[in-house]
Write a protein that binds this ligand. Structure first.
Ligand code: ZN
Length: 192
């Protein structure tokens, strides 16, 4: 479990009945949300305004944006529209550079008490690829912070470059002498 703090604004929108939008602002430590509690909200929907420094991520600025969580009976739809500036290390020149990371991601998490309980899994079972989905128990908890952490981690570039044409502007000083037995292979290098 991650430890972090955030400023959270809870926005509850009431439609119909002539009620105008009501906005609650609370400052809390972002905690897992009881899935069943979503059922009591109008449209079974919770909108979180996030401005948060997630630990263990190379963030220059806090993550800012909105996360929408809607209970749809048999599943939860969770959608994030957030952005942050991340500090990355170029894989070629090893310099550090900052990059804006916009993230728009949506995921369906199915609610199934049996599939979400590892103790109920058979010791060995072939699972079709389509069944590799995320499950949570209907009376369980949704760790929004952990989910957001995972989504941002997945969105970080695996091969970051400070610029598309980044080249090393230095050559290694001690170039090892070429083994004559491999000399003919350099031809292929040049062809490639
Ligand atoms: Zn570079």
């Amino acid at each position: 479990m991650l430890s972090y703090e955030c400023n959270l604004r809870l926005k509850i929108t009431r439609s119909g009945l002539g009620l105008t939008q009501k906005t609650c602002r609370v400052k809390v430590v972002l905690q897992p949300i009881a899935i069943a509690s979503l059922l009591r909200l109008p449209e079974r929907k919770l909108t979180l305004t996030v401005r948060d420094r997630l630990t263990d991520l190379p963030l220059l600025t806090p993550v800012q944006g909105e996360i929408e969580i809607q209970h749809q009976g048999t599943c939860i739809q969770i959608t994030a529209r957030v952005q942050a500036i991340v500090t990355l290390t170029c894989r070629r020149c090893l310099c550090q550079f900052n990059e804006r990371l916009p993230l728009q991601v949506s995921e369906v998490i199915w609610l199934d008490a049996t599939k979400s309980d590892p103790k109920a899994w058979p010791l060995e079972q072939e699972v079709p690829l389509a069944d590799l989905m995320e499950y949570l128990p209907p009376d369980g908890w949704l760790d929004v912070g952990q989910w957001l952490y995972e989504q941002i981690s997945l969105a970080l570039p695996s091969q970051p470059l400070c610029r598309p044409d980044c080249r090393l502007d230095w050559e290694p000083e001690d170039v090892p002498a070429l083994d004559p037995r491999w000399a003919s292979l350099t031809r292929f290098d040049r062809l490639g």
